[in-house]
Design a protein around this ligand. Structure first.
Ligand code: NAD
Ligand code: GDD
Length: 371
C-alpha cells in the first residue's frame, strides 16, 4: 500500500510554516480540503484572507524555542495531544529579484536559522515527513547566461555556483535535509520551485516577483493612464532591463498540487516543480495587458536582472509524479490580474484617487503593445 493511501488525513496533524505567506496560505486551504488537521505558523497572519488552519500561531522561527513550540503536538480539539506527523516548511525571508539581490546577509542569516531550527525541532518531536521548499535559484549562474538557456535538470545543481546568497542558503538546507534522512531515518522531500504566481500573492511593496509587478503596473496604466507614479497619458509599463530575459511561471494551484503529490511520493531527492514554457518578460507584460484589455507601451529601465534565462526541465518530475503543472500562463494571469486590479481599485478608492468616469486608460489608450 502506498503512503498516500496508508494514512488517514483526518487523524494526521500537519504543520505549515510560512502559513501567513502566499504559497503557505494556499497550501493550508489545500490540506484542509483534503481533511487534515492543520497548524499554521508565521510571523504574520495572511494578508488578504482569513486562514482556515485549526491552530495559527504567530512565532518567529529564527528562535529555537519557537520552533519547538511550532512542532509540538496539537493543542486543541479532538486532535489535542496527537503529535505533528508532517511538516511543510515554507517560512523564509524571500522575494523577487528586487529583494533578493539587495539583502544577501539578511537572507542567509535569517533563513539558515529558520531552517536549521525547524528541521531539528521536527526531528525531536518525532515528525515522520518533512517537506522543504527550495528554489530554481540553486542552479549555477553560468548555465543561465543566455535568454535561450537549456532547461535546468536536477543534476545541474552541482558543481554549485548559485548567483545569490538566497540560492546558497537553499542548497545548504537541501543538503541538511539529505543528511537528516541518512543519519536519523527521517523522511524528507525537497522541491525546487520555479517562479510561482497567483491570487493572494505579494503584489506591491518591493518583494513582488515579475508576474505580480507586470500586472500591478498594467493595472495602474489601465486605471489611471500613464504609468505607476506618473498618471495620465499613454498607458505605459516599466520593465527592468530589455525585457528579453526569460523565465517559466507556475500558477499557485499547480504548485500546491505538486507539493502534495511529492510529499506523498517515496522520492527523496530534490525535484523541479515549475512549468516548462519559457517566456520573455516583454511577453509576460503583453499577456498581462491582454488580460487587462489595454494596450501598453513598454518602457525599459535599469533594475536588478537576476539570470538571463531560466526554464525548468520537467523530465524527472513527469517520471516521479506522473504529472506536471498544467494551468496555461494566459489562464493563470487572467485570474491573477483580475484579483490584482481589484486590490488596486480598492486602494485607489480608499485614497480618493479612482477616476469617477471609468478607467484612465480607456480614455487614453492608443498605442499598440510593443517591446
Ligand atoms: P512568502 O514570502 O509569501 O511566504 C514566506 C512566509 O514566511 C511569509 O509569510 C513570512 O512572514 C514568513 N516568515 C519569514 N520569516 C519568518 C520567521 N522568522 N518566522 C516565521 N515565519 C517567517 O513567500 P512564498 O512565495 O509563499 O514562498 C514560500 C516558500 O517557497 C519560501 O521558502 C520560498 O523561498 C520558496 N520559494 C518560492 C518561490 C516563489 O516563486 N514564490 C520560488 C522559489 C522558492
Ligand atoms: N520583480 C520584478 N519587478 N522583476 C522584473 C520587473 C519588475 O518590475 N521588471 C522586469 N523584471 C525582471 C527581473 O529583472 C528578472 O530578470 C525577471 O523579471 C524575473 O524577476 P523575478 O520574478 O523578480 O525573479 P526571478 O525569476 O529572477 O527569481 C524568482 O524566482 C525564483 C524561483 O524561480 C525569485 O522569486 C526567487 O526568489 C525565486 O527563488
Amino acid at each position: 500500500m502506498s503512503y498516500a493511501s496508508d494514512h488517514t488525513p483526518s487523524q494526521t496533524p500537519v504543520l505549515v510554516t510560512g502559513a501567513g505567506g502566499f504559497i503557505g496560505h494556499h497550501l493550508v486551504n489545500y490540506l484542509k480540503d483534503k481533511g487534515y488537521w492543520v497548524r499554521g505558523v508565521d510571523v504574520k497572519r495572511p494578508e488578504f484572507a482569513e486562514t482556515r488552519a485549526d491552530e495559527f500561531e504567530l512565532l518567529d522561527l529564527r528562535r529555537w524555542d519557537n520552533c519547538l513550540q511550532a512542532c509540538r503536538p496539537a493543542q486543541t480539539g479532538e486532535m489535542a495531544g496527537t503529535p505533528i506527523a508532517h511538516v511543510y516548511a515554507l517560512a523564509a525571508d524571500m522575494g523577487g529579484m528586487g529583494f533578493i539581490s539587495a539583502n544577501h546577509s539578511l537572507i542567509l542569516h535569517n533563513n539558515v536559522l529558520i531552517n536549521t531550527h525547524t528541521l531539528e525541532a521536527a526531528r525531536q518531536n518525532g515528525v515522520q515527513r518533512y517537506f522543504y521548499t527550495s528554489s530554481a535559484c540553486v542552479y549555477p549562474e553560468h548555465l543561465q547566461t543566455t535568454a535561450d538557456a537549456a532547461a535546468l535538470k536536477e543534476d545541474d545543481a552541482y558543481p554549485a555556483a548559485p548567483q545569490d546568497a538566497y540560492g546558497w542558503e537553499k542548497l545548504f538546507t537541501e543538503l541538511l535535509c539529505h543528511y537528516y534522512t541518512g543519519d536519523y531515518d527521517m523522511e524528507t522531500r525537497t522541491v525546487r520551485f520555479h517562479n510561482v504566481y497567483g491570487e493572494l500573492g505579494t503584489w506591491e511593496g518591493g518583494r513582488e516577483k515579475a508576474p505580480a509587478a507586470m500586472m500591478r503596473k498594467t493595472a495602474y496604466a489601465k486605471l489611471l493612464g500613464g504609468k505607476e507614479g506618473e498618471p495620465g497619458g499613454t498607458p505605459t509599463v516599466e520593465i527592468w532591463g530589455d525585457g528579453e530575459q526569460t523565465r517559466s511561471f507556475m500558477h499557485v494551484d499547480d504548485c500546491v498540487e505538486g507539493v502534495y503529490r511529492l510529499m506523498m511520493s517515496d522520492y527523496r531527492e530534490p525535484l523541479n516543480l515549475g512549468r516548462d514554457r519559457m517566456v520573455t518578460i516583454n511577453e509576460l507584460c503583453d499577456i498581462a495587458a491582454d488580460a487587462a484589455g489595454v494596450d501598453v507601451v513598454h518602457e525599459h529601465v535599469d533594475g536588478p536582472m537576476g539570470v538571463r534565462g531560466r526554464n525548468s526541465d520537467n523530465s524527472k518530475l513527469r517520471e516521479v509524479l506522473g504529472w506536471e503543472p498544467e494551468i496555461p500562463l494566459e489562464e493563470g494571469v487572467g485570474r491573477t490580474y483580475a484579483w490584482i486590479e481589484d486590490q488596486l481599485r480598492a486602494k485607489l478608492d480608499a485614497e480618493g484617487r479612482l477616476p469617477a468616469g471609468g478607467d484612465g486608460a480607456a480614455q487614453t489608450a492608443a498605442a499598440p503593445a510593443q517591446s
